[in-house]
Design a protein around this ligand. Sequence first.
Ligand code: PBG
Length: 345
Amino acid sequence: MTHASSPLSPLSPLGGFPQTRLRRTRRWDWVRAMVQETQLSASNLIWPIFVIEGTERTEPIATMPGVERMSIDIAVRAAERAAELGVGAVAIFPVTPAQKKSLRGDEALVAGNLICTATRAIRERCKDSLGIVCDVALDPYTSHGHDGIMVDDYIVNDPTLEVLCQQAVLQAQAGASVIAPSDMMDGRIGAIRKALDQAGFEHVILMSYAAKYASAFYGPFRDAVGSAKNLGGASKKTYQMDPANSDEAIREVAFDIQEGADIVMVKPGMPYLDIVRRIHDQFSIPLAVYQVSGEYAMLKFAAQGSAINEEACVMESMLAFRRAGADAILTYFAPQVATWLASHP
Ligand code: PBG
């Protein structure tokens, strides 16, 4: 029997109008809730935060209204509130002062740097009630703003791997629960897994930015961490993926799984839901999606201009990620979404 001739098939002549009326199960709240295929909870959320030096300091980010860079003491309190709201994890991004940036990004390997200090402080306060994600890549630390070591204008792969491994171990020592390589060097997942295991961190989770595209939607993030002026308009196309490619995302994910990734990520989010769906269908592995800074800015500025309803559109975008197959969602809206979820469960 072909699929189409089954009485249960949506294409079956037996299942048509007027016997079948799909609006019946849309009539009341209780039945809409009963047949809802996708759910969202605060535990699906990962909140990216920006940390700065100093104490009791916050700085607004012009291109990301509502998001602030926070000194570590304030970030600790914010993380604690997020944990109370049920948010699963925070992802820490350091805003490195210009004078600490260098060609090779040496500050990445300083045990007392911003990300490690913030990790220790949040871990101390929140214990295991909250995951802590640390990004592995050199762009917050390099004077050229690239994610790896540069030789003759090219980001060299294998020498970068060595530094990334040391960076990952340092972050694990500080208390990271999840190491998230966002650099897109080849072979980094295997190399970092080995380095973590050798250092006794075999329990630390590896979340790979597996399908990370060379996207223009990262603009506000580069303002937030101050790497935009270092990059000076240069692109990351020699290591991040071409937005035209989809099959290549499958190869990236397959390699990362083989190399030991526990969670794989697609980034950006909303323009790449087709990639999320393909990976979800093809692999059985926890999947994350990153609603990046440019997506945040689009939603926020449109809401501020009263073009859209912020809560309705943000919640719809969250559901869209879950529907496409994402388990975890990195979003700057995380505490706001968790608050909305708590106020009308
Ligand atoms: C750095 C990194 C970037 C983002 C997360 N980690 C920027 C980039 O690759 O240039 C972007 C996040 C966002 O736009 O919200 N490796």
